[in-house]
Each structure stands twice: as C-alpha cells, then as structure tokens.
Ligand binder design. Structure first.
Ligand code: ASP
Ligand code: MG
Length: 412
C-alpha cells in the first residue's frame, strides 16, 4: 500500500481534544488506502518547560541528560496518539526513536540522522497495522544514548521517514495554513503560496520564516520528498496548504516569490586593518573557531595599506565575536584600530528562483528602498536572493515596500 507521512506540530497535539482531531485526519487517509506514518511533536510549550527544568537543575548541563529529558515530550504524544487511533478502531502502534531505531551521530542536542531501517515498521504494516506513530525529534547514538535533532527537529524526522519509506508525500500539519509571500503580521497583503521551490523555501526558512526546520527542507530537496505545509485547524476541504517541491514542478512563478526578514542581526566593523594577503583568513578563522555564524561580508577599498572590514552575524553572537577578535589582536594575528558593533540592524531579503533568468531585480530593490529613504548598510547576493542590512526601525517599512513593488499580492 502507498505510504503517507503526516506530521503534527505542537499546537496540533496541544491537548487531548486536539489529538483527537488530528487522529481523525489520520483516519481519513487510512480510509483512502494509505499506510500512514504519523510523526508527532511534544504538546506545545512542553519542550520549553523541559528546557527550563534542565537549566534550573544544572546550568552547565550534560547534553546526554538534556536529550534524555527533552525527548520525553514526544514520547508522551506518540503514545497518546496511538491510543486515540486505537479508540477509533484504527490499528496503530507507537515507536520511540530508539525502537525504530532512528540512528544518529553522537552530537547531542543537534544530532544528525544517519539511518532509518524500515523493516521493523514494514513488518507491522504487513501484519495489518495501519498507522505507525513515531515520536519526532528523537534518535539513538552509536553509544546507545538517546539523542535529539535540535529544536524544531520533528520536521526533519518526518522528511527523513518520508524518504526512507518512499512516501507519496510528507504532510506537515501546523498552526498556519501554508507558506506566505511574507509575514502577514507585517504586510497585510501577504498571500499564501500554492507552491514554492525547495531552494526558495530553504532561503525563507533560514531567513526566519520559522515554519519548517531548515534541515528538513535540505533533506526534502536532496531526496525529492514532496512536502506539504498545511493547517490542522482548518476544514479539510478547502485546505490545500503550500506544496514545497522541485522547481520543475512549478509552471509559473513570480520573479520574486517572497520577502524574508531577520530582526536579530548585528553589523560589526573592524576599523583600519592591514590590507595584506591572508588578512581575511586571519579574521574569519578565529570567528569560525568560536562558532560565530558570519553571514554578509564587505571589505572596503584600501587606503595607504589599511582597510575596514565589515561583517554581519546574529545579535546574540556579538560578545563571542568580540572575544575571538580581541584574542586574535592580543596574540598579534591581526591588528585593528577599533571594533564597532551595531546591534540595531535587520536583514531584509528578496527571494525567488525567477531571478536566475531576469536581471534588474537588485536595481529595483535598491531604488525602492532609496525612495523610502532607507539607507542600505551591507548588501549580499546569491543566485536566487538579494539581502540588505538596514536600520531595524525601517524593517517593516522595507518589507511592505518590497512586497508592493514586486507585486507579490498577485499570482503569477
Ligand atoms: N518538540 C521539539 C521542539 O519544540 C521538536 C519539535 O517540535 O519539532 O523543538
Ligand atoms: Mg516546528
């Protein structure tokens, strides 16, 4: 029988009533003839509560115990979902990550999936079981300890199961009805997209559209898993959600598909560093060793052998970056006159696969921002994305203006 993966996020399993409603949706798919693998998150708020308890107990916690504790939220919902389905006369059984076993590496709290054997669950499907309910987020390390896949990791569990079982589709049920052209709370004209390409979704996911864990989109792209994001709160009939798919499956699209933003950016400038071969390596090496996620970089024109180097990173990594750079200065690896951190900036990006074949998008974006009197501090581009760093107070304005100028409220 064809396999369908259905993943329910925290708000979709927030209480017993919500679990019942989710189970009804599962029942509908079973009746259509699918064998279903249900992946569940913890009840909403549960994982945060567990993190709180860990921190209260041991601020410098042991990551193996952190994972043992955090994984418990999903264990509970998996059992409850299986029981609920059984109450509805749907043959169902729950699995914890280690029982599958979902094998990961040993990177506790951010583990990578290495293998998902299918024989165990397939044997049960062969025996008449119709639904395998699997606790999302959990795995088992080579040492036999429970691991977790990082916050939001149930999405990745779902996609990995869809790939392993060659599922027809992977439906991600959440509390929004799909992926929007931008955040509807910022631009009221934001429109739900019917389809979005993996690569675009990847840019949007990592830029702060927090619907899917970035890793899950990477996996879906690699294994060409058809991903659908849809609401578990809406009526089933008019709820097609957004399909995240290969760009070849998208016939028509706007040049720009979405405007993303990220509030928590900081801009750091090293004033007057020596302009010599190896200087970039000497600056960004220590930053990378310190785990700073450098995003955009600009090096200014040199004057008298000295130049300014500017980069952006998440606001909460500024202290770490300062420490790494000061350390490199003290040890004589680099030399600069001043280190300036500007934490009042935000990043706004236009994303779209259509940019590959159309020029002028950047020019239009810069003109629009200039007409609004918004100063651009740093620019970065890729094949399908243009990002600018601007003062945070103009972020909303910039998102709205760009959404308007690229006419994202209209379908292609
Ligand atoms: N419960 C975990 C979290 O909140 C995993 C997930 O829901 O995807 O991060
Ligand atoms: Mg999530």
């Amino acid at each position: 029988m064809p396999v369908l993966v259905m993943k329910f996020g925290g708000t979709s399993v927030a209480n017993i009533d919500r679990i019942r409603r989710a189970a009804k949706r599962v029942g509908v798919e079973v009746a259509k003839g699918y064998d279903v693998i249900v992946i569940v998150s913890a009840m909403s708020g549960k994982t945060n509560e567990l993190v709180g308890w860990v921190n209260e107990t041991s601020p410098m916690y042991d990551a193996r115990e952190y994972d043992a504790i955090l994984s418990s939220g999903e264990t509970v919902t998996a059992g409850l979902m299986a029981l609920t389905l059984q109450e509805m006369d749907v043959p169902a059984r729950s699995w914890q990550g280690w029982q599958v076993p979902l094998k990961t590496n040993s990177a506790h709290s951010a583990a990578r999936i290495e293998e998902i054997p299918t024989d165990n669950i397939n044997a049960k499907f062969g025996d008449g079981m119709r639904v395998a309910v699997v606790a999302g987020f959990q795995g088992i390390s080579p040492e036999g300890r429970i691991t977790t896949l990082g916050r939001g990791g149930s999405d990745t569990t779902a996609v990995a199961f869809a790939a392993a079982f060659e599922a027809e589709r992977c439906d991600i049920y959440t509390d929004v009805d799909g992926i929007y052209t931008t955040d509807p709370r910022i631009a009221s004209k934001a429109r739900k997209l019917d389809k979005i390409a993996f690569e675009e979704m990847l840019e949007l996911a990592s830029l702060g559209a927090k619907v899917l864990q970035t890793r899950s989109v990477e996996l879906a792209m690699r294994y060409n898993v058809k991903l659908r994001v849809l609401s578990s709160f809406e009526e089933q009939s008019d709820n097609a959600g957004t399909l995240v798919c290969d760009e070849e499956d998208i016939v028509e699209s706007n040049v720009v598909s979405g405007i993303a933003y990220s509030r928590d950016e900081a801009k750091m400038t090293l004033v007057s560093v020596a302009d010599r071969p190896g200087i970039a390596a000497a600056i960004f090496g220590p930053l990378s060793d310190a785990g700073v996620n450098v995003d955009m970089i600009i090096q200014n024109i040199a004057e008298e052998g000295r130049t300014d180097m500017t980069f952006s990173c998440p606001t909460d990594q500024v202290k770490r970056a300062e420490k790494a750079l000061n350390g490199a200065k003290e040890s004589g690896e680099i030399n600069y006159h001043d280190l300036i951190a500007d934490t009042d900036v935000a990043k706004v990006s236009a994303v779209g696969i259509g940019m590959r074949s159309q020029s002028g998008v950047a020019a239009k974006m810069f003109k629009t921002l200039s007409d609004e009197g918004v100063n651009i501090k740093v620019i970065a581009t890729s094949e399908i994305k243009i990002s600018v760093l601007i003062d945070r107070k103009y972020m909303e304005l910039a998102v709205q203006a760009l959404h308007d100028v690229f006419e994202l409220e209209k379908t292609a």
